[in-house]
Write a protein of this length. Structure first.
Length: 247
């Protein structure tokens, strides 16, 4: 059984009614704070598509909903929005969960290995090294990653912005999520013949975080969950870097 505040599978329909209504209202409140489509948020929380009824929320509004889906919603909120959820419903959210991806990054992280550098000699926002080690770039300024590998490896990268991770293309096209590099330093992203492809940020200011996954076994999968499984049978290393973007 999952270590959670409620055993959703053991509760009766009547016992689940109140918590079900509470979690639905929590999702509504979270949507109001974030924007976007509520349907997308709800599907992400429960882990499966919505039903095709005229009003797919008619049952959950009354506190009547599938216990497995409610357990998924509860764990999703606790994992990804614990502070918000605990403030609104402290009895249902007593301790935070750790996302498996965060555990993966911490487990395989190594010191150094990747740096974020300006694509040209000038233009970096501050020439003095930042006290916290996080470089600052301006909107529209071109930058590259300089990765150091101890031996030949496949590399996959992800970018985190506002607590959401996204795949980062490292080759000629957006679909080129995996590249192979040799021992030593490599500039990324790059073309097949090794020419660097500078990146730039157009509108998302603030802090960006990057994770480069070095996969020393066979060609790895590109999904985060699949990479966690890959690491159980193959040697991997995680190189992390951060940058700030200012207007």
């Amino acid at each position: 059984m999952e270590d959670t505040e409620l055993d959703w599978l053991a509760l009766s329909a009547q016992e689940r009614r109140g918590p079900t209504k509470t979690l639905y209202e929590l999702l509504r409140a979270l949507h109001r704070s974030q924007g976007g489509r509520f349907d997308d948020l709800f599907e992400q929380a429960q882990g499966v598509p919505l039903s095709q009824g005229i009003d797919p929320y008619s049952n959950i509004k009354r506190g009547v909903y599938d216990r497995h889906k409610m357990r998924s919603i509860h764990e999703w909120l606790a994992t990804h929005h614990f502070t918000f959820a605990q403030k609104e419903a402290p009895k249902l959210f007593q301790y935070p969960r750790r996302d498996p991806w965060d555990v993966f990054l911490d487990t395989y992280a190594v010191e150094g290995g990747v740096q974020i550098i300006p694509a040209d000699q000038f233009g970096i926002a501050s020439r003095k090294p930042p006290q916290d080690g996080i470089p600052t770039f301006r909107l529209g300024q071109k930058y590259l990653f300089e990765l150091t590998a101890s031996k030949p490896t496949h590399v996959i990268a992800f970018e985190e912005y506002e607590q959401k991770w996204h795949p980062l293309a490292l080759g000629d096209a957006d679909k080129d999520l995996i590249v192979h590099v040799g021992t030593g330093k490599s500039k990324l992203p790059s073309t097949k013949d090794g020419r660097p492809i500078p990146l730039m940020e157009h509108d998302q200011t603030g802090q960006h975080r990057f994770a480069f996954i070095l996969c020393f076994g066979g060609k790895p999968p590109t999904g985060r969950d699949a990479l966690i499984g890959y690491a159980a049978e193959n040697e991997v290393a995680v190189q992390l870097a951060s940058m700030r973007i200012k207007a």
